[in-house]
Design a protein around this ligand. Structure first.
Ligand code: MTE
Ligand code: MO
Length: 308
């Protein structure tokens, strides 16, 4: 089957927007197939142009790679583009620990052999209220996690970013308590929309966007989508997470995009669209970032103003 795998995405490939657009047609055909298979019985099976990629105006790659949040390198959204070049992303391995039958150290190369890369176009929104649409390359996180055979005690999965202050110069300051840690409830992690990402715009992931392996949870604020993952821990109890630790009133564990729950210092009802002239447009924030149909059931009965 024609799946764009890691091995045929060369780092030197031209990633110009025009080239990307033509290549996208090919990738799309493949992705639609998997989307149909992925959500059997739902409308997606009949209508492969699903809500997570239909009618989305893809953001300019130039904007997405030059306006990043990566505090390991800088609190400035532009400097990580240069600073993160110093990070060596090959070879890379991921340590799997905790409540699983198959813990161990896994080479990313081997993980990729088991998990064919597919493209998913998702809207992605930072808690600071900017929004973009990115064609990610990766695979469902759940497919990978299943292979580690989590035990029945595994209720949460925790991710840790590399700690290396020699290269990650931002880690020399104490803006966050390093290393960066994020986590999901097990059912959120297993949800088919949740992705492990290794690339974007038909190419490898730029370092500043979290290479070589990051999380993307499209219905949550961007800070949940942790970059440069080196460790995965299956846990029985809800872990402490990086932003929650420094400002628990501002950044909850769930971090679901929600226009009705303001951040204590700003509204979340509107968002700025990342665009060519920095920010060209504003739009209304959608609950669960527009993915409510797929994910709202995960939170049924929960008071989302309390569990924000
Ligand atoms: N390790 C790590 N992961 C991180 C961050 C970070 O500072 N360090 N920033 C988060 C935040 S706040 C956002 S909005 C997204 C931004 O992803 P992008 O820079 O690829 O757009 O990454 C998230 N993942
Ligand atoms: Mo963010």
């Amino acid at each position: 089957m024609l799946i764009k795998t890691k091995s045929n995405i060369l780092s030197g490939e031209i990633t110009d927007r025009a080239v990307f657009e033509s290549r996208r047609e090919f990738i799309k055909a493949v992705t639609m197939l998997s989307a149909g298979v992925m959500l059997p019985g739902s409308a997606h099976a009949q209508t492969p142009v699903d809500s997570y990629s239909a009618n989305l105006q893809v953001s300019d790659r130039t904007d997405v790679i030059n306006y990043t949040n990566y505090y390991e390198f800088s609190t400035n959204k532009h400097d990580s583009t240069i600073l993160a070049k110093a990070l060596k992303t090959k070879p890379w391995s991921v340590e799997v620990v905790g409540e699983a039958e198959k813990p161990g150290v896994y080479d990313l190369e081997d993980i990729l052999k088991d998990n064919p890369v597919q493209e998913r176009i998702y809207r992605f929104r930072c808690v600071e209220a900017w929004s973009m649409v990115v064609p990610w390359l990766g695979f469902p996180l759940g497919d990978m996690l299943k292979r580690f055979k989590p035990t029945s005690k595994a209720k949460f999965v925790e991710f840790t970013t590399l700690y290396n202050p020699e290269v990650m110069v931002g880690q020399r300051s104490s803006v966050l308590d390093w290393p960066y840690v994020e986590a999901l409830r097990m059912d959120e992690a297993m949800h088919p929309l949740t992705m492990m990402v290794t690339g974007m715009y038909g190419d490898e992931l730029p370092n500043q966007n979290g290479a070589p392996l990051r999380l993307i949870v499209p219905w949550k604020y961007g800070f949940k989508s942790i970059k440069a993952i080196v460790k995965i821990r299956f846990r029985e109890n809800m872990p402490e997470t990086a932003w929650h630790k420094v400002a628990p009133r501002e950044y909850g564990f769930y971090a679901n995009v929600n226009p009705e729950v303001p951040h204590p210092r700003w509204s979340q009802s509107r968002e700025r669209v990342l665009g060519g002239s920095i920010f060209t447009a504003k739009r209304n924030t959608e609950k669960f970032n527009g993915y409510g149909e797929e994910v709202a059931a995960l939170y049924s009965g929960m008071d989302l103003t309390k569990y924000f």
